[in-house]
Design a protein around this ligand. Sequence first.
Ligand code: PLP
Length: 376
Amino acid sequence: MSALDEYLASFAGETGYLNWAAFGPLSPAVRGAVQDAVEVLSGFSMREHQSVNARVGRATAGLAELLGAERADVVLRPSSTDALQHALYGLSGTVIAAAGEFPSISLTLRRAADASHGALAPRWIEPDHGWVTTDAVAQALDDDVTAVAVSHVDYRTGYRADLPALRELIGPERLLIVDAVQSFGIVDEDWRAADVIAGHGYKWLRAGRGTAFARFSSLARERIRPVLSGITGIDSDGPFTGAVPSPAVSARAYTTSVPDHLAGVRLSAALDQLRAAGVPAVAQRVTANVDEILAVAERHGIRVATPTDPRRRAGIVSLVPDDPEGLGRALGDGGISATVRAGAVRVAAHAGTGAETLRMLDDALTAFGHPTFTRA
Ligand SMILES: Cc1ncc(COP(=O)(O)O)c(C=O)c1O
């Protein structure tokens, strides 16, 4: 069996699951790795403990490879919001962000500005459809702007921002800060367009919570003060003697304490399998499944808020029927897991989403269209 076939086979049992944008059930590889590691950490061999702890380094190396980054630029974090806090609290100047972004950007930027004694200011934009296009950013750009913070894929509509175009627009001197939560692992992207990338492993990587990470480019490290630097944020390992050292020159400056080793085990297991299967092949399957969902929605006359252009979307499709609550109930009755929120029904397909799940979606939409059903 090829690595890709093995990866796809690991989705066995996903029937009806279209909620990957909220949570990705742990993959068998992740489950197996963490179970083994729990046994090792329950034993009394320091050498074996070390073999578990070393998986943090393996996860970091795997991330660096996938991000096209230096290993020293990448750190593991407990959540992507934590990673964005490190990025935004240390910034000064004016940061462009969409007001409707997931709170890990909007709320964090607001709080960071409030704590900055006037050094940092958000510049909120409200682009059409909530899509952070280059045109929308261009209208807000001036000499005060030091950074743009954006979700690579919008959690509501599934719109995928054009990172190379945003980079070209803002130039090499401003920071591009990207929340890659809804794209990392399923989109074939040249991540080097961004200075800061924050992501996590509990959705599309199927690695469970606590598996977040960040990349800080050298420009980002120059511009972002490591205001939340902790005991692991220095160049040396372990306690120091004498004066308190300066923060590390590498991205570890943006760490606080020793990472969760079991999270490192889960993340490295997920990344090993992903790298073996190959992100381009995974991305291709996600695109094909989303194509099919869009075709199903169109057949049933259900409006979507997601771009049709495959380059501007990833795994999320936002359905916006007249009666989203009713559609949500119909999907639930049809055995489909989805997220109903703010007037939309969000479905999200992964590479391993099978034909049976897509057929169930089709059937549930057929039931939704039935007049007596919608009145019920
Ligand atoms: C775009 C986006 N960013 C951030 C988060 C939250 O990430 P974390 O729980 O790692 O802070 C989510 C969660 O759904 C999200 O969709």
